[in-house]
Design a binder for this molecule. Structure first.
Ligand code: C2E
Ligand code: CA
Ligand code: CA
Length: 684
C-alpha cells in the first residue's frame, strides 16, 4: 500500500488503481525510495517476504539497513544509473536474518507529489551470479590448465581445445578444430589399442590410461589420458571430453631411476639386485621345464694390478670391454651381471646338457685371455670361474652364489685362468677356512705361534752363516698347521701385518743373540708377504726402532720377497725397500725361477741374494736342463753382484753339484729341517 502522505498522482484514477494493484500483487520485489531522505517510502508484499521484514517495518527504514553499503552511496549510485541511462545497478542486500543476497535494482524516477521518488524493482540474482561465477571459473580453468583438454564430438571431430592442448601437441586452435582426433595417433600404438579404447568408451562412457601420441612435429609423446562422455538428457552422446598430460619426461626419469636401481652404470649389465631377480626367475622356469640352471661366478685375474698401475679410467674401460666380451659368449636369453669390482656372474638357462656350459665357459676364458687394447695400453688379464648347478648343488640363490664363489676360489688357488665345478669338498674346505680365520684371530694373543729357524750353509766353508725364520702354528686342536695353509688366510684378512711384525721382532732378537754368541756377521732372513708392502703394511718406524733398541745393525736382517712384488711397481715397493736398505737391511728374491725371472728387476731393486727355488734343485743331475738353468742363474747373478742361495737341498749329490757351479749358499733338509731356536743352538 502506498503511503497515505502521498498526494494525488498526476495520472488518471484508473491508471493509479492499476499501479496499486500491480504493486500489491506482483511477485516482483518492489520498493519506493525517497531519493532525498534515503528511506524506504513503500514496499510491496513480495519485498516484505524477501527481506523478512513486515511492510510496515520496511516503510520508513533507512535504505542503508538493507544494503551492505551506506545509504548515501546507494542513492548516489542509483542516481548515476539514471543519469547514464543504465537500466540497473547491482547491490548486496542484507535480509532480516543477516544473509546477504546479490540483487539487481532497476530504478525509475517517478513523481508522486512534491518529493522525488525512485520506483525500484529488485531482482534476486544470487543464484544466477553463482552459476555465472562458476562458469567463468570453469572457463578460466579450461584456459589456464596445464592439462590439455579437448572436446570431441561423437565422430571424433575436435570441437574445442584449450591452450595446453596446443602447448603439448603443437596444434593451434585453427589447426585442430574440425579435424579428427586421429591426427594424434602414434605408430607406436597398434590400431587395436585405439579400437579397444573407443569400445570401452561406448560401453562405460569413460576410459583412462597411458598411451603414445604424436605431436604435430611428428615426435612421439607419452600421454596420460582420461576420456569422458557427456550425455544429452535423452541419453545420446553430446560430446566426449579428453583430458591429458604429457608424461614422456616423467616416464624417462622413472625409467632412469629404475635402471639405476637395477643396472650397473659402468657396464650396463644387471647389478646384484637384478641378478637375484633373474636367478630366481631362472630357477622357477627350470622347475616348470625340468631343466637345470648353471650359475657361473667369474673373477678377473690381475684386475687389481691393472687398476693400480694404469689408473682407474683404464681399469673402468677394461671392465667395460670384459663385460662386452663375456656378454658376447652367451645367448641373448642368458644373464650376465656385475656384482661389483671385477666380479661377474653368468646365469645359463634352459640347459639340456652340461656340455654347453663347458663350451660357453671355454669361450669366455679364451676371449678374456686375448689382449685388451685400451688407448695406448695393451693389457693382458685372465679370469677364474666357478660353476654350480641348480637344483643339483643348491636350491637357494644365496647357496648357489656361495657355491659358485667357492668354486671360483678353487680356480684361483689352482693357478687362475681356469674354471672349477663346485663340489661338496669345496664347501668343507670353505668351512675349514672360516674356522681358520676365527682361530687365527686369537692365536697371536694365545701365544700359539713359534718361529723355527733353518740354517743356511756357506757352500765354500761348509759353515752355518745364516738362517731363515719360518713360522709355525701350534694349533690347540689341530696340532701343527703348515704356513702354506694359514699364511694366505692371514694375508687375505690383513692379519699378516701384525703377525709379520711379531716374527720380525722374534727374528731380530734371535739374530742379535747369535751375533753375540756365535758369529758377529750372522744374518736371519724373514719372509715378507706382498700384503705387508701394500698401503698400511709395514710400519718402518716400528721395525727400524726394533733394530735400534736391540742395537742390531741392519745387516743382521734380510727380507725375503717374491718376484711378483717387484713387478707391481705401483705399490711403492721400491721406496719401501729403500727405507730398509738405507738402514743396512738386505733383500733376497725368494722362489727364483718360478715367476717372471726378469733380470732388469734384479738390477732395479738392488737385490742382494736370489734363492733358487727348490723345484729346480730337487731335479739336479749332471747335464740336465735344471742343471743348465741353475748354472745360468748363478753366472748371471754373480755378474750382477748378487749372491745365490739354493733352496731345498736334500742330498749330498745336489750339494756337490751346486758347490761345483759356485753357488754361494745352500739350505735344505740335508743340513737341517727348520728347528726351534734351542735346537738350532746345537747346530753351531
Ligand atoms: P719358503 O719361503 O720358500 O720357505 C721354504 C720352505 O721350504 C719352508 O717351508 C721349508 O720348511 C721348506 N724346506 C726347507 N728345506 C727343504 C728341503 O730340503 N726340502 C723340502 N721339500 N722343503 C724344504 P715351510 O716352513 O712350510 O714354509 C712354506 C712357505 O710359507 C714359505 O716358503 C713361505 O713362503 C711361507 N712362510 C713361512 N714362514 C713365513 C713367515 O714367517 N712369513 C711369511 N710371510 N711367509 C712365511
Ligand atoms: Ca723364504
Ligand atoms: Ca723359497
Amino acid at each position: 500500500m502506498l503511503d497515505a502522505d502521498l498526494t494525488t498522482p498526476p495520472t488518471g484514477e484508473a491508471e493509479e488503481d492499476l499501479f496499486h494493484q500491480l504493486f500489491r500483487r506482483h511477485s516482483s520485489i518492489m520498493l519506493l525510495i525517497d531519493a532525498e531522505a534515503g528511506i524506504i517510502a513503500g514496499a510491496n508484499p513480495a519485498a516484505a517476504a524477501f527481506y523478512g521484514y513486515s511492510q510496515n517495518a520496511l516503510r520508513g527504514m533507512q535504505i542503508g539497513r538493507i544494503s551492505s553499503q551506506p545509504g548515501h552511496e546507494v542513492l548516489h549510485e542509483l542516481q548515476r544509473a539514471q543519469e547514464e541511462r543504465r537500466n540497473f545497478c547491482v547491490f548486496r542486500h542484507r535480509l532480516a536474518g543477516g544473509e546477504l543476497r546479490t540483487v539487481e535494482v532497476h530504478p525509475s524516477a517517478i513523481d508522486i507529489g512534491s518529493r522525488p521518488l525512485l520506483f525500484c524493482i529488485v531482482f534476486d540474482i544470487t543464484e544466477r551470479q553463482r552459476a555465472l561465477d562458476s562458469l567463468r571459473l570453469a572457463s578460466l580453468v579450461y584456459q589456464k590448465s596445464s592439462e590439455a583438454m579437448s572436446v570431441i564430438d561423437g565422430n571424433g571431430t575436435i570441437v574445442n581445445i584449450n591452450p595446453a592442448f596446443t602447448e603439448i601437441t603443437g596444434y593451434t586452435e585453427a589447426q585442430a578444430i574440425g579435424r579428427n582426433i586421429r591426427m594424434l595417433h602414434s605408430q607406436r600404438e597398434s590400431p587395436q589399442t585405439y579400437a579397444r579404447m573407443w569400445k570401452t568408451m561406448a560401453r562405460d562412457g569413460r576410459w583412462q590410461g597411458e598411451l603414445w601420441g604424436r605431436r604435430r612435429s611428428g615426435q612421439d609423446f607419452l600421454l596420460s589420458l582420461t576420456l569422458n562422455s557427456i550425455y544429452q538428457p535423452d541419453g545420446s552422446i553430446q560430446c566426449n571430453v579428453g583430458l591429458f598430460s604429457d608424461i614422456t619426461k616423467k616416464r624417462e626419469t622413472d625409467e632412469l631411476i629404475w635402471r639405476q636401481a637395477n643396472f650397473d652404470t659402468l657396464t650396463g649389465l644387471p647389478n646384484r639386485s637384478m641378478f637375484h631377480d633373474r636367478l630366481q626367475q631362472a630357477m622357477l622356469k627350470a622347475n616348470r621345464g625340468g631343466q637345470q640352471v648353471a650359475l657361473l661366478f667369474l673373477d678377473l685375474d690381475f684386475f687389481k694390478e691393472v687398476n693400480d698401475t694404469l689408473g682407474h679410467s683404464v681399469g673402468d674401460r677394461l671392465l667395460q670391454e670384459a663385460a662386452r666380451r663375456v656378454r658376447a659368449c652367451v645367448r641373448e636369453t642368458d644373464t650376465v651381471a656385475r656384482l661389483g669390482g671385477d666380479e661377474f656372474t653368468v646365469i645359463l638357462e634352459e640347459l639340456n646338457d652340461t656340455r654347453s656350459v663347458e663350451r660357453a665357459v671355454g669361450n669366455i676364458l679364451r676371449e678374456l685371455a686375448e689382449p685388451f687394447h685400451l688407448g695406448t695400453e695393451q693389457v693382458y688379464i685372465s679370469a677364474s670361474i666357478g660353476i654350480t648347478f641348480y637344483p643339483a648343488d643348491g636350491r637357494e640363490t644365496d647357496t648357489l652364489l656361495k657355491n659358485a664363489d667357492q668354486a671360483m676360489y678353487a680356480s684361483k688357488a689352482q693357478g687362475r685362468n681356469r674354471y672349477s665345478y663346485f663340489t661338496t669338498s669345496m664347501q668343507e674346505a670353505a668351512q675349514l677356512r672360516k674356522r681358520l680365520v676365527t682361530d687365527l684371530r686369537t692365536a697371536l694373543h694365545e701365544k700359539q705361534f713359534r718361529v723355527y729357524y733353518q740354517p743356511i750353509i756357506d757352500l765354500g766353508s761348509g759353515r752355518i752363516c745364516k738362517a731363515e725364520a719360518l713360522i709355525r702354528w701350534q694349533h690347540p686342536v689341530r696340532g701343527l698347521i703348515s704356513p702354506a695353509e694359514f699364511i694366505p688366510v692371514a694375508e687375505e684378512t690383513g692379519m699378516i701385518v701384525e703377525l709379520g711384525e711379531w716374527i720380525f721382532r722374534q727374528a731380530a732378537r734371535q739374530a742379535g743373540a747369535w751375533r753375540v754368541r756365535h758369529d758377529p756377521a750372522f744374518q736371519i732372513s724373514v719372509n715378507v708377504s706382498p700384503v705387508q708392502l701394500q698401503r698400511e703394511g709395514i710400519n718402518h718406524e716400528s721395525w727400524l726402532g726394533c733394530l735400534e733398541s736391540m742395537q742390531l745393525p741392519g745387516q743382521g736382517m734380510v727380507m725375503e720377497i717374491t718376484e711378483g712384488m717387484l713387478m707391481d711397481s705401483s705399490r711403492g715397493v721400491s721406496s719401501q725397500l729403500l727405507r730398509f736398505r738405507d738402514n743396512g737391511v738386505q733383500a733376497a728374491l725368494d722362489d727364483f725361477g718360478t715367476g717372471y725371472s726378469s733380470l732388469s728387476y734384479l738390477k732395479k731393486f738392488d737385490i742382494d741374494y736370489i734363492k733358487i727355488d727348490k723345484s729346480f734343485v730337487q731335479n739336479l743331475a749332471p747335464g740336465s736342463d735344471d742343471m743348465a738353468l741353475c748354472d745360468a742363474i748363478i753366472v748371471m747373478a754373480h755378474k750382477l753382484g748378487i749372491k745365490v742361495v739354493a733352496e731345498g737341498v736334500e742330498t749330498e749329490g745336489q750339494r756337490r753339484l751346486l758347490a761345483a757351479s759356485k753357488c754361494d749358499y745352500a739350505q735344505g733338509y740335508l743340513f737341517s729341517r727348520p728347528v726351534p731356536a734351542e735346537e738350532f743352538e746345537q747346530l753351531f
